[in-house]
Design a protein around this ligand. Structure first.
Ligand SMILES: [Zn+2]
Length: 74
């Protein structure tokens, strides 16, 4: 199990898949003194900001998607 095998993603520059971060959109309940993030209500897609913590590469999720899983494993 890895990010590469489960999500078909890896850094296009350094090839690592273990330090990828993605920008999330989250829903949070609003209270009079702040907010609390709702469990499970977060969203990201191919256009979400994405970065590699290993080499510093920044882009969007689609930049980090591998072409086709079958081609990678052959
Ligand atoms: Zn990288």
């Amino acid at each position: 199990m890895s990010v590469r095998s489960e999500w078909n993603m890896a850094c296009p520059d350094c090839g690592r898949d273990d330090e990828l971060s993605v920008e999330l959109k989250v829903f949070a309940t609003i209270y009079e003194d702040g907010t609390a993030i709702n469990d499970g209500d977060h969203i990201w897609d191919d256009d979400s900001a994405c970065q590699c913590g290993s080499c510093g590469k920044k882009g969007v999720v689609s930049d980090f998607k591998l072409p086709v899983r079958e081609e990678i494993e052959r």
